[in-house]
Design a protein. Structure first.
Length: 290
């Protein structure tokens, strides 16, 4: 096996192992500081393997400012691990990205300045913040932030900052990021990626539609003109019972008689109760009428 391929295989295995261990810690202890600190130590240990796992030749430089390279993504709507590259002088204003994160440095230095909001949030577009701390992430060091912490970043020195970043969600599924501008006492909220539409393939018809993550598959199918079977649309009649062939969904509350635990184990869902959390393929099993 070629040397580069060997490094890639080792890297993939090591990154997946870190995500597995991080998930176990979170399931046992939540996402407070006491849980994130051991995850930070794991990420620093991984970063300390340096060029052996993360040779810079494997990761193209950004054309401007910064670039993120995917290292590993947890199945479903889970954790994302990235190799980040930020060029000298790159800055980010204070922001809250709505989800926890942990960082560790491979090379270079990046300052993380932490803030707290001090206004009463009664005025739209207005906010005041004050700095409450600072950490410089350099090789051998890392930092952690809990949900809704506020930080700003700045790459220090003349070298790019290479690092590892672990987030509670993949970047493509981030909540709305809130940006603060202390010099103007202003605040703005970006668009959430949590409800980005997924592809839903209806195996019975061969059609593929788009369905937002906050919308039941049945509703999206009807809106797309598909004659999907249903009767009550409230999770109590089983007319829309379907087989989930690929992907992940979350289920709204439903009646136990409409979908049993054994059926769930077999991969059955109720289309009126199922919201996609990834691209999915479903096949309806009934032909009940409304």
């Amino acid at each position: 096996m070629a040397k580069g391929k060997t490094a890639q295989v080792r890297r993939e295995a090591a990154c997946q192992k870190l995500i597995t261990r991080a998930r176990a810690i979170i399931q046992a202890n939540g996402t407070g500081e006491s849980a994130l600190d051991p995850i930070r130590k794991l990420l620093v240990t991984l970063a300390d393997r340096g060029e052996a796992l993360f040779p810079k030749a494997d990761f193209p430089m950004p054309g401007a400012q910064a670039r993120n390279h995917v290292l590993a993504l947890e199945d479903g709507d889970g954790i994302g691990l990235y190799l980040t590259i930020s060029l000298p002088g790159k800055e980010a204003a204070p922001h809250d990205h709505g989800i926890w994160c942990v960082n560790a440095a491979l090379s270079g230095r990046e300052a993380h300045r932490f803030y707290r909001r001090t206004d009463d949030r009664s005025r739209d577009g207005y906010a005041t913040v004050e700095q409450i701390g600072e950490v410089v992430v350099a090789p051998g060091h890392g930092m952690m932030m809990t949900d809704h912490a506020i930080h700003a970043t700045e790459v220090l020195g003349e070298e790019p900052a290479f690092g590892l970043a672990l987030y509670g969600y993949a970047l493509t599924r981030f909540p709305a990021v809130t940006w603060f501008h202390p010099e103007f006492n202003s605040v703005r909220v970006g668009a959430s990626r949590r409800m980005a539409p997924f592809s839903v393939t209806i195996g019975n018809t061969g059609q593929t539609i788009r369905c937002a993550g906050d919308k039941p598959i049945l509703v999206a199918a009807i809106e797309a003109g598909i004659d999907y079977p249903y009767t009550c649309a409230t999770g109590n009649c089983a007319s829309c019972i379907s087989e989930l062939r690929t992907g992940e969904v979350t289920l709204l509350p439903y009646g136990d008689a409409a979908l049993t635990a054994a059926q769930r184990e077999e991969g059955k869902i109720l289309a009126c109760r199922a919201k996609p959390s990834s691209d999915v393929e479903v096949v309806w099993l009934g032909r009940g009428r409304r």
